[in-house]
Ligand binder design. Structure first.
Ligand SMILES: Cc1cc2nc3c(=O)[nH]c(=O)nc-3n(C[C@H](O)[C@H](O)[C@H](O)COP(=O)(O)OP(=O)(O)OC[C@H]3O[C@@H](n4cnc5c(N)ncnc54)[C@H](O)[C@@H]3O)c2cc1C
Length: 408
């Protein structure tokens, strides 16, 4: 029977503990917060979007794009749903997104806690792991509450997104001190800032949009969905999805901008015709009035200004060329991105322990035998939609199954 210590009582650590304990290892979880699973409680707006039925390689981003799928094939979405069903979580699916039927993230934490209790896993809260060293065949873990020894250690500390929920980046230091290379951690699934002057006026606007990301003037990716405009810049699911690429490019001093299409359902030629018909039908209205019902009124006002048209000018004074400028503005509104919001606002961290130094079959370190890595600490970040928790469950299960010398 091996003595396995798991550093971090979050999503991946708790699942790792269950799998390690089911194989008759003696398992202890060290968690520096006062309770386990704090971040899980906040996921999916408190409902916990714990996985997604549409699993595609491009939903997992990393320096090494093949690593995530190798791990996920060892504990996939169906095994995850079965695992949680067995614990009591009945799945509810909406367009591929999976939630507990109770729609309470607390259900997920509770079933994990009950299983850990049954398996007699020791949970030590308010214990912060400060340093790990290998002494002969054992690991010595120095904490704020004294020293712990283990035969194997699973590092499940998360990254450094949302500090108040526990992940403070200390896992990177623990891994670095064991000799691992860390790919620079950056905020991902995060809002993006812009210094364009009009955002203060546009704050609060929500609108469907198609967004194309350009890096150093080259097209990089696109997303469509509900865009939220804020005083600092842009937010909403399509922005979060593109943010990890924008964050990394900005950290490499590359120029980043969005081209935003505020009329994604209308082709450019049709948009010109539509606007032309609207101003012809109501020649005595102002241009601002001509856009009522087509665009959010704040967006209408700023788009006219940006296209060089006074909002108060009458429709019957507008030439078709001017209208084309407005169409260009609405279909390809260029927004320079200056920086991501901070780690505190980010849902995940991109970067982390270099996957080249981890065995994808077991998640054991290739540098230090007996050390395992799980979850967000590894250089893999998922898209928005249940992929980050899926990564946490899969890595937790694979590391838990493979650590220790208990019964397999
Ligand atoms: C607001 C929000 C909403 C989200 N919603 C979703 C969602 O709906 N679906 C989805 O898939 N993903 C979601 N995510 C992302 C997802 O929650 C994380 O990717 C996932 O929890 C990562 O799991 P983890 O085990 O790697 O790390 P964490 O869950 O962060 O757990 C790490 C644990 O380690 C502890 N710890 C850290 N360092 C130490 C140390 N030195 N000693 C002791 N303990 C330590 C921390 O306190 C923490 O409890 C969301 C994230 C946030 C912030």
């Amino acid at each position: 029977m091996s003595n396995v210590i798991i550093v971090g009582g979050g999503a991946s650590g708790l699942v790792a503990a269950i799998f390690a304990a089911r194989q008759k290892n003696k398992v202890t979880v060290l968690e520096h917060k006062d309770k386990i699973g704090k971040k899980i409680l906040t996921t999916g707006n408190g409902k916990c979007n714990y996985t997604n039925l549409n699993q595609r390689p491009e939903c997992y981003r990393s320096n090494d794009t093949s690593f995530a799928m190798k791990v996920l094939s060892r504990f996939d979405v169906n095994q995850t749903i079965d695992f949680f069903k067995e614990l009591g979580v009945y799945p509810k699916e909406k367009k591929g997104y999976v939630y507990p039927n109770s729609e309470q993230a607390s259900s997920v934490v509770e079933v994990l806690r009950l299983e850990l209790l049954q398996l007699k896993v020791r949970i030590c809260c308010e214990v912060h792991a400060e340093r790990i060293v290998k002494v002969r065949n054992q690991f010595l873990i120095t904490t704020n509450k004294g020293e712990y020894t283990a035969d194997q250690v699973i590092l499940a500390t998360g990254g450094c997104a949302s500090l108040k929920l526990g992940s403070d980046g200390s896992g990177y230091e623990l891994a670095k001190n064991l000799g691992h290379r860390i790919i620079k951690p950056l905020p991902a699934l995060v809002q993006l800032k812009s210094d364009s002057k009009y955002f203060k006026t546009l704050a609060g606007v929500r609108t469907e949009a198609r967004i194309q990301l350009y890096i150093n003037n080259k097209y990089a990716a696109k997303e469509q969905g509900e865009l939220l405009l804020a005083s600092y810049g842009v937010s909403g699911i399509p922005v979060l999805q593109l943010s990890r690429y924008a964050s990394r490019a900005l950290s490499e001093n590359k120029k980043v901008y969005f081209l935003i299409d505020y009329l994604p359902a209308i082709k450019e030629a049709d948009a010109l015709q539509l606007l032309w018909e609207r101003i012809k039908r109501n020649p005595a209205r102002t241009m601002e009035e001509a856009l009522i019902g087509l665009l959010n009124n704040k967006l209408a006002y700023i788009s006219l200004k940006e296209a060089g048209i006074e909002p108060t000018v009458l429709c019957n004074t507008i030439h078709k060329n001017k209208l084309q400028a407005l169409v260009n503005q609405l279909k390809e509104w260029r927004v320079a991105i200056t920086e991501p919001n901070s780690f505190d606002q980010a849902q995940v961290s991109s970067g982390g322990v270099d996957t080249l130094e981890i065995n994808p079959d077991t998640l054991e370190s290739k540098m230090v035998k007996g050390i395992y890595f799980t979850g967000e600490l590894i250089d893999v970040d998922g898209a928005c939609g249940g992929y980050n928790l899926q990564w946490a469950w899969s890595t937790g299960a694979v590391a838990g199954m493979n650590c220790g010398d208990g019964e397999r």
